[in-house]
Design a protein around this ligand. Structure first.
Ligand code: HEM
Length: 245
């Protein structure tokens, strides 16, 4: 058997792959959160800063790469990481179940409630990601007005509705629960922990989680509370006045 397959088939190998793909996903979350903060610059006249940022994401490395080439590369890496991460977790889970004698209860001493809910929180976050892509990337959830390339307009309209604010804040709580334990676990799997450092690592995992969750949450909260005003582009004004997308 080739070494890559051997590595994947071993429990340590699978755990390492789950940790590495988890690290890629955390990295994506940090970049996405920072990118979203461009919304805080407001409607900004002719072109809101977050719209300019979204356009720039598609133009990276042009003309070396075609339009949106780097974005598609990132999407492929992201999707691959999600699929491999989930496959690894599900396989490790069924291995654990098979190895556990049935007369012992599933709950083990020393497990935090977060570690016990990783599978559930992970699957709920996955459901959120699917909903979220349908809403803001494919623009398929047309409950509120949406336009291609008009990120500020799309966010503004969605977060005027309390139920979208609630859905996003609830999803961020789940992301936070999953992240805090996930970051701690991946540090351990990658062998970066040590008794002297563990307290600091746990605090670090909590701090990073809080930064990510609060950074994301600012966007719906500031739109909902009216701190971030209505879009000012002509197309947006016409669309809002007509009540259509
Ligand atoms: C309040 C929180 C969030 C807001 C306001 C937000 C906003 C957005 C927007 C506007 C887009 C489309 C960007 C564009 O077309 O240029 C997007 C895409 C995306 N978001 Fe979020 N997001 C949030 C949280 C999250 C979270 C927590 C995750 C992951 C767990 C996530 C994962 C994604 C993914 C995978 C895409 C698709 C990227 C692509 O291929 O174009 N987002 N988000």
């Amino acid at each position: 058997m080739i070494p890559v397959a051997d590595f994947w088939n071993s429990t340590v190998g699978k755990k390492t792959v789950v940790a590495v793909t988890g690290t890629i996903l955390v990295g994506y979350l940090i970049l996405h959160m920072v990118g979203n903060l461009n919304s805080l610059f407001g409607p900004g006249g002719a072109e809101p800063r977050v719209d300019w940022y979204s356009g720039w994401l598609r133009e990276i490395a042009e003309p070396l790469f075609p339009y949106a080439g780097v974005l598609w590369l990132a999407r492929v890496i992201l999707l691959g990481s999600i699929v491999i991460h989930i496959t690894g977790v599900l396989q490790l889970n069924s291995r654990n179940r098979a190895a556990r004698p049935s007369r012992y209860p599933a709950r083990r001493i020393g497990r935090s409630w977060e570690s016990g809910t990783m599978l559930v929180s992970g699957l709920l976050v996955l459901a959120f990601i699917i909903f979220h892509i349908l809403q803001f990337t494919t623009l398929s959830i047309t409950v509120t007005p949406l336009e291609h390339g008009a990120v500020y307009f799309n966010l503004y309209n969605a977060f005027q509705e309390w139920y979208f604010v609630v859905i996003y804040l609830a999803a961020l709580v789940l992301v936070g629960i999953h992240l805090r334990h996930g970051i701690w676990s991946l540090v351990q799997t990658l062998g970066l922990d040590s008794p002297a450092r563990n307290r600091g690592i746990r605090y670090g995992a909590t701090a990073l989680t809080l930064v990510i969750v609060i950074g994301f949450a600012l966007v719906p909260v500031l739109f909902w509370t009216g701190v971030l005003g209505a879009p000012e582009t002509e197309a947006a004004i016409a669309s809002l006045a007509g009540g259509t997308a």
